[in-house]
Design a protein around this ligand. Structure first.
Ligand SMILES: [Fe+2]
Ligand SMILES: [Fe+2]
Length: 245
């Protein structure tokens, strides 16, 4: 079965009208589409506050499953309590979502209080156990916040996923993982990591200005972006990028 997924990232909801308007605009576009799931790869709240997650829960409500993972701007405890409606605690937030013939692993690569990411022992063990429990021939997607590769801009490259060799080793043992999907860099980008497709979703809030595009890190004039992922029967992931003017 071919699956249609959308991915958005880095909403940075902070109670401002600008952040709200952009996120609402994106969700209004997505809500009418025949998506099998929407992935939201972190930095959902800008300050990790409970009222920011209350707004996120309202804005992200949709007729399809909405799968989230935290980013460095999120706070695990408030995220759990308000966005997931669970008992708050500070352990990593790892969730798997099963689709026909496929599984999406939403992984927590954040380090509380830090901007760079890390695949810690608990999350690495959870990924291993979750992949091992999948039925044969299930395709898997790994989604988390910080990209494991440089995007060739000094700001995100300083705060990318640390010790990426650990993730590479894990992927080496799991050919069923079709692709790795991240956010954090605020730029729609594609690369390869450990022989797998790596997609960085565009941000909803602002777009990274690349070193050859002029001065200033944040381009506030670019519209929010969306990545559409088509997961085919052959296990191949194809991504289309769109903006939402
Ligand atoms: Fe962000
Ligand atoms: Fe981030």
């Amino acid at each position: 079965m071919t699956l249609l997924l959308a991915q958005i990232s880095d909403l940075h909801l902070d109670g401002t009208e600008r952040a709200t308007r952009r996120a609402v605009r994106v969700m209004d576009r997505l809500r009418g589409l025949p998506l099998d799931a929407l992935l939201v790869t972190g930095d959902i709240a800008d300050h990790g506050k409970e009222d920011e997650y209350a707004e996120a829960a309202d804005i992200l409500a949709a007729p399809f499953p909405v799968l989230t993972c935290p980013g460095n701007h999120d706070s695990r405890s408030a995220y759990r309590k308000v966005l997931l409606g669970e008992e708050p605690h500070d352990g990593p937030v790892n969730r798997v979502h099963h689709l026909p013939g496929a599984a999406v692993l939403m992984c927590d690569t954040t380090i509380p209080g830090r901007d760079e990411g890390l695949l810690d022992d608990e999350t690495a063990a959870w990924i291993e156990a979750t992949l091992a429990a999948l039925p044969a021939d299930t395709r898997a997607l790994l989604a988390f916040h910080q990209p494991p590769v440089a995007v060739h801009h000094p700001l995100p490259d300083r705060i990318m996923l640390q010790r990426p060799e650990r993730l590479a080793g894990l992927l080496g043992a799991h050919p069923e993982v079709a692709a790795v999907l991240t956010g954090h860099a605020h730029t729609a980008a594609a690369s390869v990591f450990a022989g797998r497709l790596l997609v960085v979703a565009p941000a909803v809030t602002w777009t990274l200005r690349l070193p050859w595009e002029g001065d200033g890190v944040a381009d506030l004039d670019q519209p929010p972006g969306v990545a559409y992922h088509v997961l085919g029967d052959d296990g191949r992931l194809t991504t289309h990028f769109r903006v939402v003017p």
